[in-house]
Design a protein around this ligand. Structure first.
Ligand code: PMP
Length: 285
């Protein structure tokens, strides 16, 4: 991704794509002082744009690295970088990090918090698996306790076990991995939230140890609007065999049906299809 034509917004100006670099002694690279957002622009409009900008600022606050921009400034920067790259349908990646500077130890309050925004074309996250039902591995890594990490932040450090889980999954021919949390409850995939169907009702994990995804919240509201009961609750491992349908939600994943998790199988059923189609219409409305 580093060798392309185009522009990246960096600390207030557009820079040539290939020049959007940082110093090797960047604090974030050593100590994971970095938070980011993944957003999708549909027909020239970023879905839930302000919510993403607000979550970015909140993630920065949760990591004790306030980002020196307002939601309005971030909104303007996103518009600027999309226009500069001539993109109307794109994935948008905002990233804030503690830079290089005065300090090289763990504490680095004097090093400035920086912000960059890039965008590019990005199709279906799970490729061909998208409507046939993705195959998920079960990760050996558990989502950590909220006493261990700030789980509500979309922070780079939380993705270390996600990358390892997804690499292990892909080595087994799976598209992704489902992770349990530290208590053994069903948590989420490595970059998406998870939903299940049983007897016409929907069940999804409580967001007390996972990222409460913007897509997750959108889909819950959508389901409720469709008159479908949604249970946000603890889901135990042995319950996986009791569910008939399963899907993932996320900005990149959108609504992706799941066909298999480990040895458990699910149908790409009526409800999954309806939710995927309704979401598709909503983001383009
Ligand atoms: N969980 C994790 C770990 C994620 O990385 C993402 C993607 N941001 C999600 C859930 C879904 O969040 P959203 O719907 O806000 O994209």
């Amino acid at each position: 991704y580093d060798d392309r034509d185009g522009y990246i917004w960096m600390d207030g100006t557009l820079v040539d794509w290939r020049d959007a670099n940082v110093h090797i002694l960047t604090h974030a690279l050593h100590y994971a002082s970095s938070v980011f957002e993944g957003e999708r622009c549909y027909n020239g409009k970023i879905f839930k744009s302000r919510e993403h900008s607000a979550r970015l600022l909140e993630s920065g606050n949760l990591l004790d690295m306030p980002i020196p921009y307002t939601v309005d400034e971030i909104e303007a920067a996103k518009t600027e970088v999309l226009e500069a790259n001539g993109l109307k349908d794109a994935y948008v990646r905002a990233i804030a990090w503690r830079g290089a500077g005065e300090d090289m130890g763990v504490a680095a309050k004097r090093n400035k918090v920086r912000l960059a925004i890039a965008c590019w074309e990005w199709g279906a996250y799970y490729g061909d698996a998208k409507m046939q039902g993705a195959k998920l591995d079960i990760s050996k890594w558990k989502r950590p306790s909220p006493e261990t990490i700030p789980h509500a932040a979309k922070a780079a450090g939380l993705y270390m076990i996600c990358t390892m889980s997804k690499h292990a999954a892909e080595a087994k021919g799976c598209s992704d991995a489902m992770m349990y949390d530290y208590r053994g409850y069903v948590a989420e995939a490595t970059g998406a939230n998870i939903f299940f169907v049983k007897d016409g009702e929907v069940h999804t994990p409580l967001p007390d140890a996972i990222l409460n995804g913007i897509t997750r919240q959108t889909v819950i509201a959508m389901l409720q609007g469709m008159g479908i009961t949604v249970h946000e609750r603890y889901i135990e491992a042995h319950e996986l065999e009791t569910f008939s349908e399963c899907w993932l939600t996320g900005t990149a994943a959108e609504v992706t049906p799941v066909g298999q998790i480990g040895d458990y199988h699910f149908q790409v059923g009526q409800m999954t299809r309806e939710v995927a189609e309704t979401y598709e219409k909503l983001v383009r409305a």
